[in-house]
Design a protein around this ligand. Structure first.
Ligand code: PMP
Length: 431
């Protein structure tokens, strides 16, 4: 055990799940690569769990942050006018497609979802909320109640009254063999059934991830959320899209993930990549919802000037370089390459994703049971070959990758090659 790992174990909680049998200490990064304490370089296909959306040591971001620091850093508090917040809010409001949108900044995705739930439950005077099976929205008291992924909620009590809907769980026996249209119709029927039978006080909102991040990049078919929205609109139930993983063009086919479903939500929450490593989250919502008298700022450091400088520079970079189109282009190289590999490697049961958000599901070829041990092997093999990947999903058998949106086509092919080499090794071992 390294000295740092021993010190980590001594003073940090044992539920922090470190990746790899010998965990890595990342000490620097440049472009789409990072370097560990031993000097080994890795192509980063997980980007700090989607935080470094445009890679490492980006001059535009570094200079913007340095300019802010040179001012003395100055105040965070929203009792003063904060130019960086106003500028970023204008951009996000415009990009959101939400009518008369207003924006509020937090430090994290969890706080953003907490804010959205506060606003929605207050607006609708109800503590009843709809969420999706296998979801993850954070670990604060409100956010954890709408999280259904059992690995993340098993020891928490819930302050909200939550009903969980179907979306990405199409493998269930009652849905097998259904076309997209029939599956969507079955899900809508279930939603109507929940509303008719399980709700006592009216429902405040539905909160959903367009692609479930922690859930293993599982997806409802395009169009499902539009069908849900029609039903919600009949009763004035609000729609909150959690864009913490799917925002800013990552899916390639839309700027916000929910737009793939043809839905304009009432609120969207965001975080992770927007600050390219600096802590920033927030919510963009219909102005009438945001302006409720109840809604008062959630945290002192939300929207702090250094994070705002980083976020403004990052968002400008994404737009100036049309990184959404890059995500579509490079993601297609990887996803189609993985699908070709899946056709000949029986350990792969599914390749799914959109743009630069893609996952590989591993199974035991004989039993078709989820194979978390193989996923752990993949992590070790790709580490050896110089690639950082992620894993997750309900059974720990999904490999999930979300490289920086700045990935080049050469890097896409390089990472694809490493993944396929690792998958071939594991497939051979399984025979
Ligand atoms: N929503 C989603 C979809 C997420 O993936 C996460 C983080 N994994 C969160 C919310 C919580 O964000 P944060 O960790 O910044 O609080």
């Amino acid at each position: 055990m390294s000295d740092l790992l021993a010190r980590h174990r001594a003073v940090m909680p044992n539920w922090l799940a470190l990746n790899y049998s010998e965990p890595i200490e990342i000490v620097s990064g440049k472009g789409n690569r990072v370097v560990d304490a031993s000097g080994k370089s890795y192509l980063d296909f997980f980007a700090g769990i989607l935080t470094n959306m445009i890679g490492y040591d980006v001059a535009e971001v570094r200079e913007a942050v340095e300019r802010q620091i040179a001012t003395g850093v100055v105040h965070t508090s929203t009792v003063y006018l904060l130019r960086g917040q106003v500028e970023l809010a204008e951009k996000i409001a415009r990009l959101s497609g939400i009518k008369d949108a207003k924006v509020f900044f937090t430090n994290s995705g969890t706080e953003a979802n907490e804010t959205a739930l506060l606003l929605a439950t207050y607006a609708r005077k109800s503590d009843e909320v709809l969420a999706m099976r296998q979801s993850y929205h954070g670990r604060s008291f409100g956010a954890v109640s709408v999280t259904s992924n059992r690995s993340w909620k098993n020891n928490s009590l819930s302050p909200l009254n939550v009903h969980f809907l179907h979306g990405a769980d199409r493998h269930l026996v009652q849905f097998r063999g259904l076309s997209d249209a029939d599956y969507i119709a079955a899900c809508v029927d279930d939603l109507r059934h929940v509303l008719a039978t399980s709700v006592s006080n009216g429902v405040a909102a539905l909160i959903a991830e367009p692609i479930q991040g922690v859930g293993g990049f599982t997806m409802a078919p395009d169009g499902l959320f539009a069908a849900y929205k029609e039903v919600l609109d009949e009763e004035g139930i609000l729609f909150i899209s959690d864009e913490v993983q799917t925002g800013w063009g990552r899916t390639g086919s839309a700027f916000f993930g929910i737009q793939n479903h043809g839905v304009t939500p009432d609120m969207m929450t965001f975080a992770k990549g927007l600050g390219n490593g600096f802590a920033v989250g927030g919510i963009v919502a219909r102005g009438d919802l945001m302006d409720q008298p109840h809604a008062i700022g959630l945290s002192t450091f939300g929207g702090n000037p250094v994070s705002m400088a980083a976020a403004n520079a990052t968002l400008d970079y994404v737009l100036d370089h049309d990184l959404q189109a890059n995500a579509a282009r490079t993601g297609e190289i990887i996803i189609s390459g993985l699908r070709e590999a899946a056709a000949r490697l029986p350990i792969i049961s599914e390749v799914r994703g959109k743009g630069l958000m893609f996952a590989i599901e591993l199974v035991d070829p004989a039993t078709k049971a989820p194979a978390p041990a193989m996923a752990a092997r993949f992590m070790e093999e790709t580490k050896k070959l110089g690639l950082l990947a992620g894993k997750g999903g309900l059974h720990g058998s999904a490999l999930r990758m979300a490289p920086p949106l700045t990935l080049t086509e050469d890097e896409a092919r390089e990472g694809l090659g490493i993944m396929i080499t690792a998958l071939e090794t594991i497939n051979d071992e399984a025979r």
